[in-house]
Each structure stands twice: as structure tokens, then as C-alpha cells.
Design a protein around this ligand. Structure first.
Ligand SMILES: Cc1cc2nc3c(=O)[nH]c(=O)nc-3n(C[C@H](O)[C@H](O)[C@H](O)COP(=O)(O)OP(=O)(O)OC[C@H]3O[C@@H](n4cnc5c(N)ncnc54)[C@H](O)[C@@H]3O)c2cc1C
Length: 379
């Protein structure tokens, strides 16, 4: 057959679609504007190890990416680690891993805690997301969790992730976030040596099947005559940026992996001690940390370490640090969100995480979308 197809973007969606199309006999050329592949799950080197520029883990329910990991021969590197989550609120860190932690949480009255617990169980059990799509997460959560429970637990997450759009976000998105995680038994998956290996293996296989990947090549899609699949930001979608600061230290700051920072004055949404998930031996015996937030990708990070020192007064500062900025990191999923189409013209297709809804976008669904669109492309 040997039909040519151009793919714009060597993120996970573009690489998966490219691999599947190359298996079907298409001659694939992938154009990537950056100097490396992987997009939002892209990596950099700490010593000899590859680490994601933004924190990444997977859940046991992430069947598409787990299947791909198996297919690429990387299963022996996929390790499951107990999830250790905490909440920073009103000057203190609280463990936050389940019902017992919620009951012990001093900052809420018993009625609010019972309501929060029941809402979680309800959303875990309810399979019908469509009914949540027309209502905002703010309205729904306030109504069922109560003002106090909503204000302490859910508003900081919504504001931190969606900023000025926080009160327009569809409850279907929050339903999916709670629903999918609930069935994931408290373990998080990480690929020893980093998720970059998935991108590298896909690239290797695409090339083996006769395809090409051209780096540092920005492609203007809309004027193209060649059959094209565009996997960069979509015209119909609106996005927020993200910023991550990665740093190393010999100090261990926390016994937890993930910390939600529920403080309206905080410049960061989350703090992650990556080496409480993955052994620090992989990073030259140093602890690796992330601080992250969404919003303007050009925002200043000048006060981030000062803020961290307020939480951990003994922290003496980072040994090494890196700042990574992502312009289009999260699509804004307002009520009655319309999922953009795959086929947008003669020989013109698009696939990007903005088509993921109501699920929270992630590598698992990038694999699903890449595979789906590869099935739709017909030239
Ligand atoms: C802070 C953060 C944390 C995350 N944490 C997790 C996590 O824990 N678990 C998880 O599963 N997922 C996580 N994700 C999400 C995951 O990284 C993404 O869902 C996934 O990588 C998206 O892949 P994609 O290919 O759809 O998009 P992208 O990764 O955005 O890929 C698009 C590619 O297209 C390129 N491109 C765009 N325009 C052009 C053009 N005109 N010409 C050429 N190239 C172009 C871009 O440079 C990019 O490489 C996280 C994301 C962020 C930002």
C-alpha cells in the first residue's frame, strides 16, 4: 500500500497513532517542533537516569498504557508502589489516604466528614457520568458535601487546576477523576528508568516500519495538502499552561509521595517527593522533588522555595533545580463540554488530549486516543 501520512507532534498520541499506522503499512513522517520526543510526558536526565519534566505515575485501572507497556516489552520495569498522599491545610500536613485519615482530620466537623465520605462512595459507585455534565463541579459539590467540606477539600483543587475557570468546570470531569481512581486499589505505577522508554520504543518501532521522525520541525497543518494527522493543541479547545520545578536534595522532607496544597495563598498546587515512590538509588542517592501548578506557563517561580520553607522550616534549599514550562497542559472542560471531532477535512485528522472527556487527561487515554484515531484514518 505505502500511502504517505504526516503526523504533527511526537507526544504520546502522535507516537501511538504513528506506530499503529506504520503497522498497517502507511509511510509515516512525524514532525515535532521540539528537539525531543514525548511532549508533556517528555523527560530530561538526572545523572544516568531519565526523569519526566512533570510528575507522572499511572493507576492499575490504566489498561491502555499497561497493555502498551506489555507490547513494547517493558513490563518487567513497571513497578507498583503504595500511594502515600497528604494534605497541607492551615499550616499543617495531614495524611490523607482513606476514610480513617478523613475521620481524624481535625479541621472539619463530623457532619462535613460524613458528607464528604458519602459523596466519594456515591461517585465511585455511580457509572452514569452524563447526568453530571450540565452542572458545575462547584454547584454540585457545594450542594452535596456542604459549604465547609467543599471549601476545604474541593475548592483548592478546582482553583489550583483551573484558575479563573474553576467555577465553570463540568462536574462530569470531577466525577471521572473520583470514579476512576476509586477502583485503583491505592497503588501507583512507575516505569523504572522513566516513561520516556515508552516514547523511545515507539520511535524505534516506527523507524523499523519505515517511518521518520523529524525534530525541530514546526509544521503548519491547515494549509497542508498531504494527508495529515494533527496532534498538537486543537483550535476548538482552550488550554491552561503548567509549570513544574524539579529539584534534588540529600534531605528527606516528608514521609509522603503526593501533597495537595490546600491553601489559597500558595503559589503551588502540589508538592511531590518522587523518591517516596521510586528508590532514590536511581538518582545517585539523592531525593527528587517536584513543585507544580497550572495557569500561566510564564508565571514567576521566585517565591516557590520560600513557600516550601514555610511548610518545612528545616529545608536548607535545593542542590540542583530545573524549571519546566508547558504552554498547553490542560484543556478547560466547562459544562456541556463538546469533544472535538477526529476528521476535520478531506485527508485532515486531529487527535489530542482535548478529546479526552470526561476522564482526566493522562498517558493512558493518550494511548487510547492514538489507537482510536489510527483506526479512523482512511486515505
Ligand atoms: C503537570 C502534568 C502532570 C501530568 N501528570 C500525569 C500523570 O501523573 N499521569 C499521566 O498519565 N499523565 C499525566 N500528565 C498528562 C500526560 O502527560 C498527557 O496527557 C500526555 O502526555 C498527552 O499527550 P499528547 O500527545 O496528547 O499531547 P502532547 O504531549 O502535548 O503532544 C503534542 C506534541 O505536539 C508537538 N507540536 C505541537 N504543535 C506542533 C506543530 N505545529 N508542529 C510540530 N509539533 C507540534 C508538541 O511539541 C508536542 O510534542 C501530566 C501532564 C502535565 C502537564
Amino acid at each position: 500500500m505505502n500511502k504517505n501520512i504526516a503526523i504533527v507532534g511526537a507526544g504520546l498520541t502522535g507516537l501511538v497513532a504513528g506506530y499503529r499506522l506504520s503497522q498497517k503499512g502507511y509511510k509515516v513522517t512525524i514532525y515535532e517542533k521540539n528537539d525531543d520526543i514525548g511532549g508533556l510526558m517528555g523527560s530530561f536526565k538526572i545523572g544516568d537516569t531519565t526523569l519526566e519534566k512533570a510528575y507522572h505515575h499511572i493507576f492499575k485501572t490504566d489498561k491502555y498504557i499497561i497493555g502498551l507497556i506489555e507490547e513494547l516489552g517493558l513490563s518487567d520495569k513497571l513497578k507498583w508502589h503504595e500511594e502515600k498522599t497528604a494534605l497541607y491545610y492551615d499550616g499543617q500536613i495531614y495524611p490523607f489516604m482513606g476514610a480513617i485519615d478523613l475521620l481524624k482530620f481535625k479541621q472539619l466537623d463530623l457532619i462535613s466528614k460524613i458528607r464528604l465520605g458519602l459523596v466519594k462512595i456515591w461517585l465511585e459507585k455511580d457509572n452514569n457520568w452524563e447526568k453530571y455534565n450540565g452542572v458545575t463541579a462547584v454547584e454540585w459539590m457545594k450542594k452535596y458535601c456542604g459549604e465547609k467540606g467543599y471549601g476545604v477539600i474541593w475548592e483548592p483543587l478546582l482553583r489550583g487546576k483551573f484558575h479563573e475557570y474553576y467555577d465553570k468546570i463540568s462536574m462530569a470531569w470531577l466525577w471521572a477523576r473520583i470514579h476512576t481512581r476509586a477502583n485503583s486499589d491505592g497503588y501507583l505505577g512507575y516505569l523504572d528508568g522513566g516513561f520516556q522508554q515508552i516514547a523511545d520504543k515507539l520511535a524505534e518501532r516506527i523507524k523499523k516500519n519505515g517511518g521518520k521522525i523529524l525534530l525541530n520541525t514546526e509544521k503548519r497543518v491547515w494549509a497542508s495538502q498531504t494527508p495529515t494527522l494533527h496532534t498538537g493543541p486543537l483550535k476548538e479547545a482552550a488550554y491552561l499552561g503548567a509549570v513544574c520545578v524539579v529539584f534534588t536534595s540529600k534531605q528527606s522532607l516528608s514521609p509522603y509521595y503526593w501533597h495537595n496544597i490546600n491553601d489559597s495563598k500558595s503559589p503551588i498546587l502540589c508538592f511531590i517527593q518522587h523518591t517516596n515512590l521510586v528508590d532514590k538509588k536511581q538518582y545517585g542517592d539523592k531525593h527528587v522533588y517536584y513543585m507544580g501548578t497550572y495557569g500561566d506557563s510564564e508565571q514567576s517561580v521566585d517565591n516557590w522555595f520560600d513557600y516550601l520553607k514555610k511548610i518545612y522550616p528545616n529545608f536548607i534549599g535545593p542542590e540542583e533545580k530545573w524549571v519546566f514550562r508547558f504552554k498547553n497542559a490542560q484543556h478547560i472542560v466547562t459544562t456541556n463540554y463538546k469533544v472535538p471531532k477526529y476528521k476535520i477535512g478531506k485527508n485532515l485528522y486531529q487527535a489530542n488530549f482535548a478529546q479526552i472527556f470526561p476522564e482526566d487527561r493522562g498517558m493512558n487515554f493518550a494511548v487510547r486516543e492514538g489507537e482510536k484515531v489510527a483506526g479512523v484514518v482512511k486515505i
